[in-house]
Write a protein that binds this ligand. Structure first.
Ligand SMILES: C[S@@+](CC[C@H](N)C(=O)[O-])C[C@H]1O[C@@H](n2cnc3c(N)ncnc32)[C@H](O)[C@@H]1O
Length: 335
């Protein structure tokens, strides 16, 4: 057995290879066909067969793929299913935060630990969210949404807008609007919406939720949802203001489905689940506070939202909260 330091070194190469294999379509190809002809795959995607073989070789060392000695044939290894399910986290870390990982010392030295300074890549964060969302969130989201009838919905911090597009595909009368501050994510979302032919029913507005006010696109919105961006609204006074402004910005709102990852307060080292360390480290470095579960519950209450139910997700320390307009707190005049 190798020691912990050696394991960490090897893991860094494994993580990079998983992210690349996902992005290059190698993992999807293996999921579709097993065994995979490495040369045919490389030709089809105009990739160097040697480079693809090198990535597969690393994955082979972690039992994610099997590889024939001549590197011509790859198969799914014992760890493949688990890696395939979790691949979005690797893209999130290695691509979304790749610049930070590469330049960590320089960024700290130059005091550049801001969202812009670390060079977080919104496009890859959105692509990764789409993947781990499909694996760990979508089923719960659909079930919670379908508990009550609706035709018009909005998504705060919509990223790739995949959730809105999913609703539009499933419901011919559905109309949806996404709100997104990152230009890279807005462009990705609008491109995907166009490619899916859904532009007459799904729109994305480039807007900062911290200054939420009524927009004509918000007319008729009955259900609002907000997944994995709530922590971006902290510090607390800013988030409180944003949560209070929702009722005025969406006057016909019936439900607000809020979902986020909350602070773990660090489990013992050997029990740290996937994602948590990366999520808490990157945000901590940027000075971005991650609220605990009880801090969220207090904020719902103070901003005038009543929590009607909570569903835990299999993303570590993450839940969907079903919020309803309560009597106090919310600022209904913020139009
Ligand atoms: C982790 S991603 C989640 C994306 C998507 N909701 C999902 O579940 O896949 C958070 C998204 O919220 C966006 N965001 C963060 N702060 C925002 C703000 N103040 N206004 C609008 N969007 C914001 C980010 O640009 C990013 O696309």
């Amino acid at each position: 057995m190798v020691n912990e330091t050696t394991r960490i070194f090897n893991s860094a190469i494994g993580a990079s290879s998983i992210a690349a294999a996902f992005e290059l379509g190698i993992l999807d190809a293996l999921q579709e066909r097993d065994p995979l002809d490495v040369e045919a795959f490389s030709d089809r995607h105009e990739l160097s067969v040697w480079s693809v073989g090198s990535i597969l070789q690393v994955l082979h060392r972690f039992d994610i793929v099997g590889l024939s000695p001549d590197r011509k044939t790859a198969t799914r290894g014992p760890e493949f299913a688990d890696t395939f399910e979790n691949k979005g986290y690797f893209l999130w870390l290695m691509r979304g935060y790749g610049n930070l990982l590469h330049n960590l010392a320089t960024i700290v030295e130059e005091g550049n630990c801001t969202t812009e300074g670390i060079g977080r890549d919104g496009k890859y964060i959105a692509m990764a969210g789409r993947d781990y969302g499909a694996a760990f969130v979508d089923e719960h989201f659909t079930e919670v949404m379908n508990e009550e009838p609706f035709t018009v919905a909005a998504d705060l911090g919509c990223g790739s807008a995949e959730r809105l597009m999913g609703l539009a595909r499933a419901r011919p009368d559905f109309r949806g609007v996404g709100v997104e501050v990152n230009k890279g994510a807005v462009d990705l979302a609008r491109r995907s919406i166009r490619q899916a032919g859904l532009e007459d029913r799904v729109q994305v507005v480039h807007f900062d939720v911290k200054n939420l006010t009524y927009q004509p696109e918000f007319e008729g919105v009955e259900v609002l949802f907000c997944f994995f961006m709530g922590h971006d609204l902290w510090p607390r006074p800013n988030c409180l203001k944003a949560f209070r402004s929702i009722r005025g910005a969406f006057p016909q709102l019936k439900r607000f489905l809020f979902s986020d990852t909350y602070r773990s307060d660090f489990p013992a080292p050997g029990q740290m689940p996937i994602f948590t360390l990366g999520f808490e480290f990157t945000h901590e470095l940027m000075g971005q506070y991650i609220p605990s579960l009880s801090e969220w519950e207090e904020l719902f209450d103070e901003s005038g939202w009543v929590c009607n139910g909570r569903r835990d997700l299999s993303i570590p320390y993450s839940s969907i909260f079903d919020l309803r307009v309560g009597n106090g707190g919310a600022d209904s005049s913020a139009t």
